[in-house]
Design a protein. Sequence first.
Length: 243
Amino acid sequence: MNTIRITTAQNIDIDYELAGLGERIVASLIDYGIFLFIYLASIILGVSLKLEDITTGIVVIIYFALYVFYDLICEIAMNGQSVGKKVMKIRVMSADGNRPRISQYLLRWIFRIIDFGISGGTVALVVAAISERTQRIGDLVAGTVLIRTVPRTDVSKVAFHPADSDYQPVFAEALQLTDQDVELINEVINAYVKTGNSVLVYNMAAKLKEHLKVTLPANMNDMQFLQTLLKDYTHQVSQTESF
């Protein structure tokens, strides 16, 4: 399976799997299905309400505008995802591992005319099927790829379980973590289980110890530290929200 390495803001390298052709197709079908549903619902509503021609024309224009700009708006607003991509847990990423710039999203969108408009999707399907990174023409021009947002790892092997109500947090400093920090810790643990790369764990733990200004107990290793932080964070947040 092809992968792409992404360096986070914390200088942690994470390897993501590239989305497959099947996942891209299903995501597109979901998005098209949404517009088909809206189209049918609009027809039924228009007939039942006996809308005038002018009103009908306005509705058609709005519908057409939403259809044309849907992917561009969604990808910019939803961090590289449309509804279909979100369901399939894939998203657009710059081929250099960075978050795509608006200009890259715009190029992908413009080249939908070739990928989907002129050819009805045939060009996109053929090019993605033969390209090394499953990229359509829009991706090749914009320098983007589609990645899987969740590593395919057995969650039971890495995921922390919710702490009991009488659990005593080890690190009160865990409340200083942001949602992005917690997500990144999860990704590092998943990546370690998948690849066995202990350097990821070491680097992540070192940066968190420095950021939170904590010292590990003598019997706790870096992996246990990350798992404990997740448990402490979840417990303290749940206790805060219960009040």
